[in-house]
Design a protein around this ligand. Structure first.
Ligand code: PTJ
Length: 214
């Protein structure tokens, strides 16, 4: 759907289009549309702007990612539809590995997300392995890659449901989360929580990483 630039909700409707496209391409799950709706509601309440607390959290996140020995960016169906290019750019800058990790189990979707990241410039994208699991987690998210999340010290989770952050922390990892809902389990349990929309927060994180690297 083409959104007229003059529409008062232009940005929001354009973001929705990306997710609908993600579903059509087989990257995003249908549940991802519902998840986005929840995020949108919180974004509306915070005025669809990055607030000062989020900016501070982004600064701390950039520092933690740059200090990490083995940082990994975890990518699901929503983040792959909304910020694929930015996640690839961030992974190259830090540098950090990119690993696909989805809640709604689908081998086909994992491969499509990987392909999308490669289309956006990624050289390497890790996939979960059935013989490699993290502890304290029962959902499909428990499967990880031996060279990625399994041995990571810092995991960046742009947005997801709340079953994994706590488990990653119990597995002795530091977790950076972006979540528009400050009351979600992910937001409450993470080492660093950025309460903002990933479409705004990830570009700001890229800028901070560039600045600190210089
Ligand atoms: O691709 P999969 O199978 O891994 O599934 C991904 C989703 C997102 C569907 C899955 O993880 C899920 O169901 O998540 P939830 O439980 O709906 O939680 C998503 C969280 O992200 C909620 O707290 C939303 O408020 C928040 N959120 C949604 N869109 C955004 C967001 N936070 C930041 N930026 C957004 N654009």
């Amino acid at each position: 759907m083409k959104v007229p630039k003059t529409h008062p909700r232009y940005t929001s409707l354009t973001i929705r289009n990306k997710l609908v496209e993600g579903v059509k391409k087989g990257i995003t799950s249908k549940h991802g549309l519902i998840a986005h709706g929840r995020g949108e509601a919180f974004d509306y309440l915070i005025g669809e702007k990055t607030n000062i607390k989020a900016k501070k959290a982004i600064e701390r996140a950039a520092k933690l990612l740059l200090k990490a020995k083995h940082p990994v960016i975890s990518v699901n169906g929503n983040s792959a539809a909304l910020v694929p290019k930015e996640l690839v750019q961030l992974s190259k800058l830090i540098p950090a590995k990119l690993e696909v990790n989805i809640f709604h189990s689908s081998k086909k979707r994992e491969l499509k997300i990987k392909k999308e990241l490669i289309r956006n410039g990624a050289k390497e994208v890790l996939l979960p392995q059935k013989n490699c699991k993290i502890k304290h987690l029962d959902s499909n998210r428990k499967y990880v890659n031996k060279e990625g999340i399994y041995k990571a010290d810092v995991v960046f989770v742009p947005l997801e449901d709340g079953d994994r952050t706590e488990a990653l922390i119990k597995n002795k990892k530091k977790v950076i989360v972006i979540d528009l809902n400050p009351m979600s389990r992910s937001a409450q349990k993470a080492t660093i929580t950025i309460v903002d929309n990933i479409v705004r927060a990830v570009p700001l994180l890229i800028e901070k990483v560039k600045q600190y690297k210089n």
